[in-house]
Ligand binder design. Sequence first.
Ligand SMILES: [Zn+2]
Length: 483
Amino acid sequence: MGRFRARPQGCPADLDVDRAYRTDMAPLKTALLSLVLLISTILIPAAAAAQGALDAGAADPRIAAALQQVSAERIRSNIEKLVSFGTRSTLSAADPASIAAGHGIGAAREWIKSQFDSYSQDCAGCLEVKTDSFTEAPAERIPKPTEITNVYAILKGTDPEAAKRIVLVTGHYDSRNSDNFNVIDAAPGANDDASGTAVSLECARVLSKMKFPATIIFLTVAGEEQGLNGSKHFAQMAKQEGWNLEAVLNNDIVGGDRSAQQDASVLRVFSEGVPVAADDKDLRLIRNLGGESDSISRELARYIAEAARTYDPGIQPTLIFRLDRYLRGGDHSSFNQQGFAAVRFTEFREDFNHQHQNVRAENGTQYGDLPKFVNFDFVANVARLNAATLASLAAAPGPPGKVRLLTKELQNDSTLTWEPSPSAARYEVIWRATTDAEWNHSQDAGNATKVTLPQSKDNVIFAVRAVDKDGHRSLPVVPLPER
Ligand SMILES: [Zn+2]
């Protein structure tokens, strides 16, 4: 195709990979340009920019088939099993007798591990099942030194280089009732957060039947209710060991509580704006360039919305441009603290009578986080969205490196450069108006690593993403300015 392309209405989509055409071919220019414009006017609407928000390309049939394996019935059974341990308070029993009796957090931990092990047996040992244990010193919500154990399974990538890229799904398996120090009475935690734990387990079961070039980790953490202790420890380990952790999906309260005002067609996705891990230099750039809504966590949130448009998991993610709900926190922030992209999934409308409550009936109201309030079909859809996102990212090339926007002089067009990503077949430049929530224009850049677009960098936000030969797309990278 020619280098000059016509514009769909309202969408300045011209691409100029290099300028040779303009300088060398003046005699032929007028006639040829007319011809090219005539042809490209016909081709562009199908080939290039979208008017609405972008999707993640055509669905990969293998990923689509895996999503169909997600089972609401298995999720129900797993949530009920987690509830059966009575309490999963991080401070509750973990001695051998309690584990044998199926009571307390130790029993829950062992059962989760056995689930990961059984999935691994079904895939010829494809999962490496591990624990991350540490002793937390006494703190505000930890009365005495307490052993905390995260349980996780690694589906290692098949490509030695790409396997260093990691995407991760998590939920917390600890629970609480009205009193955060009560280790005796029931703390069923069916929604908060057996639902998130069940999502991580079900993603492991379904995706372990597939192979991906990059690595997926299925994590369940403890200590969330005591102060995010498990996730904090895990995220620090990832940072210290230099993991290339591209994405963290935290599922917490994804049960779709069956209250009358619930909207089971919607799932909230929370993402931080200005990164908590940003240093002074980062903050200056963010202020100067209007980067407040382009943290790596927010790009992950947008990617999730694109994956949902491609794979139609049965729920619609609604992006909330905020770290978390008022007065609340979650494990994604532990990963944000260490500079990783991490988002939180939570049902659309929470019922606070069913969270952090002793199980009891008062004046005709049932309190407590019981399985009967959980919508298992909704949790299955949440698992599908998680699995679609994990699989899309693990199948995709890594993002392009060193993406730069050239700002050497005052110009009304925009030149972007980047370094190639291994296994990328091509690249896409995507953009949106500074006031738009999601990416809504894209331009194929072929296998070039430098493009010039005719619209002004002053007016839009650009990013570049890598695409493999099958159409899997990487996370987008917003360029840094280069003078
Ligand atoms: Zn929770």
